[in-house]
Design a binder for this molecule. Structure first.
Ligand code: DHB
Length: 305
């Protein structure tokens, strides 16, 4: 049998394989984007960029919990103009589709950010409307009206694919996915991190300087997987799975729940960039063992009950 084909199409963008990095871990400098590009990914995502530079929260910003991390970086980024110069330098060297993640403190800021970045030769955008602990950014994805306005604004600013990264901290993930689809999104990323906190026992106070943070890694997986499953039944646009993917088995579960591509974040911190080639070879062997030619046979398989 010939080797299974791992190519996928995501919102009209052809990816040589379905693996992406999750926004937030690496992806802010040309150096880290270049390292990701060499790690075998199908597409890349930058860390979230806003209109103005931000230093982010004071330390401590990250704490380890069993199986994962809680982080409260505070959306540090060099601001849109500085980032544009950085990207202009790195894009020719990347040679992979790149999605720019953008955040805003109001729905209008998404349209503005996408408009100012649209001339760059990037594949598309990912709207971070779901940071779990930055007032404004997380609230946008949590309000149907604000979400609609943010996605419509971004839609009006670009003809390129628009992915919308939603929060697992929603009463109805399916409803938010529908709102994003109706407002013009081309894909849903499921999910961002879970709002959480850690207490410092000795100091008797919250450990993170920002008090609240986003939980990622293994504890997030069953939650995000459920969101992918729900979104698959709610919308027609493609879904990108994200949350606690460490191995090819985790990835395969996400495809079965309905994802066409997946993002890996926290596992990079634990397993290094080799995690991507490791997942790819595992997936390839799995498809081969099942006699499948490509990933199409897996996507949504868990819905056929
Ligand atoms: C941050 C942003 C996120 O979207 C997230 O999930 C966790 C942390 C941050 O920059 O603080």
């Amino acid at each position: 049998m010939v080797k299974p084909c791992l190519q996928v199409e995501l919102a009209g963008v052809k990816l040589e394989n379905p693996l992406m990095n999750a926004s937030g871990i690496l992806g802010l400098t040309s150096y880290s984007l270049a390292r990701l590009a060499e790690a075998g990914l199908g597409a890349l995502v930058t860390k979230s960029i806003g209109l103005k530079p931000r230093l982010g929260n004071p330390n401590p910003t990250v704490v380890e919990v069993p199986g994962g991390l809680v982080n409260s970086m505070g959306l540090p980024n060099p601001g849109l103009e500085a980032f544009k110069s950085e990207l202009e330098e790195s894009l020719p060297k990347i040679g992979k589709p790149l999605f720019v993640s953008v955040f805003g403190f109001s729905p209008e800021e998404y349209g503005e950010a996408v408009k100012r970045l649209d001339r760059l030769p990037v594949a598309g955008f990912e709207l971070n409307v779901s940071c779990p602990h930055m007032g404004g950014v997380g609230e946008i994805g949590g309000s149907p009206e604000a979400l609609r306005e943010a996605v419509r604004g971004a839609r009006a600013s670009t003809g390129k694919p628009l992915l919308v990264k939603l929060s697992p901290n929603l009463t109805s993930f399916a409803e938010a996915a529908r709102v994003a689809e109706e407002a013009g999104a081309d894909g849903i990323v499921a999910t961002n991190t879970v709002r959480s906190m850690v207490i410092d026992l000795e100091a008797e106070r919250p450990l993170l300087a920002g008090v609240y943070g986003g939980l990622s890694g293994l504890p997030l997986k069953p939650v995000a997987l459920r969101c992918v499953y729900e979104a698959y039944e709610a919308v027609k646009i493609p879904i990108v799975g994200c949350g606690g993917i460490f191995t090819w088995r985790d990835a395969a579960e996400y495809f079965m729940a309905g994802a066409v591509a997946i993002q890996v974040g926290t596992a990079i911190a634990y397993r290094g960039l080799e995690v991507f080639r490791d997942i790819l070879s595992g997936l390839s062997a799995y498809l081969e063992a099942k006699g499948l030619d490509d990933l199409g046979g897996l996507v949504g398989a868990a819905h056929k009950r």
